[in-house]
Design a protein around this ligand. Structure first.
Ligand SMILES: Nc1ncnc2c1ncn2[C@@H]1O[C@H](COP(=O)(O)OP(=O)(O)OP(=O)(O)O)[C@@H](O)[C@H]1O
Length: 317
């Protein structure tokens, strides 16, 4: 289980400013405020696959780096299977982590690299490492590349090697940051199935901005937006966010031109006009009909509400 209590993270800000008085005098208000990448995040994530969803810059990688003990929170605390993050060495023994930017050693082969990671993770038996490396290379479909140097791997292959190193040692908690980025559709499905099997009896926290990545196999979901938790719960709860607000139908080009771009989910040009799906309180014309929201519609509705709240707040200030 991962328990996150009142976690906040600020990058920059005057507290980190230069000792030089001249430079300090030139700091803008924004410099003093700093950039709050996470605000008071509270989450309890239990066993199974957990999807961390959010748009670019939402704070997903920051949260994952903190949970992987590679960055320190500005305030708050989190516990991984009961171990507080400040006991970083103990936490690292029970987690596997795939960062968004995964660095490899290009001069090593895939098998050599995984063997090295196995040593770093404390698997002292060479035989055990060899067995586990072979099994993992097969699981990520790299068995034919085991003895090839990593510098000859494609981006997708490096990503798969990254996934294998995170799974090495069967960690109790797996944290994977946008793991499917750069994978082709077949590998994406293969990887989702692999993670689903791995998540039995374990916590697997997976971040993505692609709803399809979490649709089929996550039991729990948390949505981050601008560093805040917008919702956490089951997939159905996110889907329900769009209930009664998703409309589909043909629009004239003029009607289409007047739409708020942020309300449009999809558009297709047809002979009769623009076939649109939108999220709105009311339809644009009487030909539009209400449709049941998909998970993606619910997600877009939730993000749209956040944006409207911010706009409203900006107007009232
Ligand atoms: N090292 C850093 N220094 C300063 N600001 C940072 C740093 N890392 C991230 N940020 C800022 O923190 C906020 C959250 O970034 P983060 O990378 O955690 O988001 P994300 O949800 O992972 O985004 P993406 O999906 O684009 O990877 C952003 O505003 C980003 O610009």
């Amino acid at each position: 289980m991962i328990e996150i209590n009142q976690l906040s993270k600020k990058y920059g800000g005057s507290w980190k400013a230069s000792r030089d008085q001249n430079k300090r005098d030139r700091l803008t208000e924004a410099d003093h405020r700093g950039n709050w990448a996470l605000h008071d995040v509270n989450l309890t994530l239990s066993e199974g696959m957990v999807g961390l969803l959010g748009p670019n810059g939402a704070g997903k990688s920051t949260l994952m780096r903190i949970l992987a003990t590679l960055a320190k929170p500005t305030s708050g605390e989190a516990y991984i299977n009961g171990i507080p993050l400040h006991k970083a060495e103990d936490v690292r023994k029970i987690i596997g982590y795939l960062p968004q930017q995964f660095q490899v050693y290009p001069q090593l082969t895939g098998a050599e690299f995984l063997d090295y990671v196995g040593v770093m993770k404390g698997i002292s038996s060479k035989r055990q490492r060899t067995q586990e490396v072979a099994k993992l290379l097969e699981q990520v479909n790299l068995q034919d590349k085991a003895t090839k140097k990593i510098r000859t791997y494609s981006g997708g292959m490096k990503r798969r090697l990254g996934i294998a190193q995170a799974l090495l040692g069967s960690p109790q908690v797996l944290i994977v940051d946008e793991p499917t980025a750069g994978l082709d559709p077949e590998e994406r499905v293969r990887f989702r199935n692999l993670l689903t099997r791995f998540s039995l009896g374990r916590v697997v926290l997976l971040s993505t901005h692609i709803v399809a990545d979490i649709e089929s196999n996550c039991r729990q979901i948390a949505v981050l937006d601008q560093g805040r938790v917008r919702m956490s719960g089951e997939l159905a709860e996110l889907q329900a966010w769009g209930q009664g607000r998703v409309w589909e139908g043909i629009l004239t080009e003029q009607e289409y031109g007047q739409l708020d771009p942020l309300s449009i989910v999809s558009t297709r040009r047809t002979e009769e006009g623009m076939l649109c799906k939108i999220i709105a309180e009311a339809p644009v014309n009487s030909r539009m009909r209400r449709v049941n929201p998909t998970l993606e519609d619910g997600y877009l509705a939730l993000l749209g509400d956040g944006m409207s709240e911010r706009k409203g707040a900006a107007i009232h200030v």
